[in-house]
Design a protein around this ligand. Sequence first.
Ligand SMILES: NC(=O)C1=CN([C@@H]2O[C@H](COP(=O)(O)OP(=O)(O)OC[C@H]3O[C@@H](n4cnc5c(N)ncnc54)[C@H](OP(=O)(O)O)[C@@H]3O)[C@@H](O)[C@H]2O)C=CC1
Ligand SMILES: N[C@@H](CC=O)C(=O)O
Length: 807
Amino acid sequence: MKILKFGGTSVGSHENVRRIDEIVKGQNTPVIVVVSALSGITDTLLLTARTTAEGGEFTTGLSAIRTRHEEMAGQLFAGEQLNRVLSKLHPYFEELEKIFQGVSLIYELTPKTLDKIVGFGERMSSLLISEFLKAELIDSAAVIKTDENFGRAYVDLDKTYQLIAERCGNLKGVAVAPGFISSSSNGVMTTLGRGGSDYTAALFAAAMDAEKLEIWTDVDGFMTADPRVISKAYPIPSLTYSEAMELSHFGAKVIYPPTILPVYKKGIPVQIKNTMAPEAEGTLIGLEETDWKDRPIKGISSMSGITLITVQGLGMIGVTGISSRIFGVLARKEINVILISQASSENSISFAVDSGCAEVAREGIEEEFTAEIASGRINKITVEENLSIVAIVGEHMKHSAGIAGKLFHTIGKNGINVVAIAQGASEQNISWVVKHSDLRKTLNVVHESFFLSPYIELNIFLVGIGTVGRDLLKQIEQQQPRLMRDHRLKIKLAGVANSRKMYFDRAGIQISEVESLLKSSEEKSNMTAFCQEMIGMNMFNSVFVDCTANAEIAEHYHHILDNFISVVAANKVAASSSFSRYKKLKDTASKKGVKFLFETNVGAGLPLISTINDLQRSGDRIQRIEAVLSGTLNFIFNTLSEEIPLSQAIRMAKEEGYAEPDPRVDLSGIDVVRKLVILARESGYEIEKEDVKMEPFIPQKYFDGMLDEFWKNINEMDEEFEQRRKELAANNQRWRFVGKLENGQAEVALRIVDARHPFFDLEGSNNIVLLTSERYNEFPMLIKGYGAGAAVTAAGVFADLIKVSNI
Ligand SMILES: NC(=O)C1=CN([C@@H]2O[C@H](COP(=O)(O)OP(=O)(O)OC[C@H]3O[C@@H](n4cnc5c(N)ncnc54)[C@H](OP(=O)(O)O)[C@@H]3O)[C@@H](O)[C@H]2O)C=CC1
Ligand SMILES: N[C@@H](CC=O)C(=O)O
């Protein structure tokens, strides 16, 4: 025999009732179908009852209940059968009307009367379903025996099992039973608590030693996390009874927790199935899980609307009876304690309750400890609101070292503050309290770090969609399928800005739509507002990517890193600003456990900074750097010819995407000074830009005015450069703009090199770096290649992004 339980949504429409019929017809064993009230009916019954007791009218509610059932009957039946079903329903409406009249006369609604009223929902739905399935109707109230604890009666299991077995022992086909309702030994109607229909089904299953209990609901089973918050959450194929209990107790409303015990005792498997998608596997609950045996964590549950109350005081230490008094008060006030945390110092006890009961709890405790509070032995009771509880659940956490370590490390790294923690010695559940505003991020972080997510997400906020930024987006779009396939990495663009507009979307911005979304966006670009929005979105694994050359934007890095967001910068301004600022940014990143990466600041995509870092970390010491670090200048010097004068070569460098947004930064030598400073600092030298000796090769007057004037006037230098170029060519010599660091002294200058010099053959916009270190001494390390350009620079930024993702 099987027990199939269908919830309110599953019986909420005639289409769904027809689905139930299909599901039941597919069974090849006797079946007891337990049903809830039609969706919404229990709430209407409760509301109407309460309104009536407060002097309101009941006719509207009653007529809504009547219409709903009559309509459903009209949709399921026709002709003679419809008349028969309606004639069976009408006595219920009449009885209900009489009860409401009684309540309206005496303005009183006892728990006993309320149980009587709400029980009508299941009585009427079971009538409709049994008629439609042409099944026998079992009166659950006659076989489930309880005490008279109305609203949530306690079941007399022995008696109930005996009565069910007697009633259903000879059942051959299909029977339908109302969920939720029961009766006392005096025959008074009781109920099993909200959600009690699951429990009814479990009682039938246990009494009949059923082969299986199937709970048919409107979700695909237990999910790895709350799917309303985590879009990547997916069904857990199997759980043990205790895992299901832990998960259902704590947020996941898939099954009513008391349901588990009767079936667990008999070892009856429970299958959670979706009535709307019967083909989905659902979740199988049993003594042992059938899948995911290697996963320590099966799911994450969460609960919002939590308040944490803390009783604290030096006078509590070593004093017996404090806990008993705290929880005694709460028990007397019928307040359910959801989580308890006490440090071994005994200096404080914190407990979490539903926010709706927090005030009553606080008052009760203050009253209980009036004397201790007055004498200062206990401080004022503290109440923290707007909290959520999150729990990870899994039987294999037991004796698995490192789970808590990994959990709290990951949470902390994402800037989430843990307000309180509790772990039972059963080691099946670690629960902790966070601010409600951190809930989404917490769930995402944990879901990902424990491999519950099918992929890792990196949330990108990109500023600057010019030569580099645009190519970066293109590369991400092209590479995304591969990253997903090989590394389970999804790069999600959550915010973008150029100098005019900005745009955000937590769900992810389609790369192909970036330009048009920015164009139509109503948000004007403003970096303070951008950072505010980005930080406020509180997304995990967030990275701010700066593909501008803007100094103001660089000012925001500290605030960004301080808020646990990594920074990847193509912009060189921050890393080459004052040493104290550079150091502060690095320290902040390290303190906050995020990354500040700027590999492309020198040599575009060439691995210069990372190589120096590796040498340093492995104990080497950089003694000397000699380098050509300007792609633009090298391109210009390689391009100048009789046909191409200086001014045209500069334009070409700009068009090729090598030059800075303002090419004077390249021509003045400032760009190379910045780069040399960055390399020196990464090599361990405390150096400022002003310390770098620079010999300009273009007169200062061309850099003083506006950019337009520069473009207009720079051709004045063409002739002189052509003259000098010819002389060099005649001597088989070339210009190279060289940066040098030696003995901590740095200089940049235009040098003339001949064919014997290693920099002579440096083509196009290439860069070259000779690193002399304690280990690379006689023969310095040489790194050479493209040192500018959209594709290589974007690739360098991309590589930094991948480093942030830690794949
Ligand atoms: N090009 C290269 O080879 C290399 C470049 N870099 C660095 O990469 C950075 C970008 O260079 P590149 O792409 O060539 O420059 P572009 O001029 O092509 O692009 C700059 C982008 O920054 C945007 N921007 C400028 N100011 C702001 C602001 N205040 N707020 C928001 N966005 C702003 C611009 O917006 P809008 O479109 O509205 O003007 C534009 O989208 C520079 O720092 C450069 O030094 C590093 C290595 C190599
Ligand atoms: N403008 C720079 C670009 C790379 O940093 C250069 O020309 O090298």
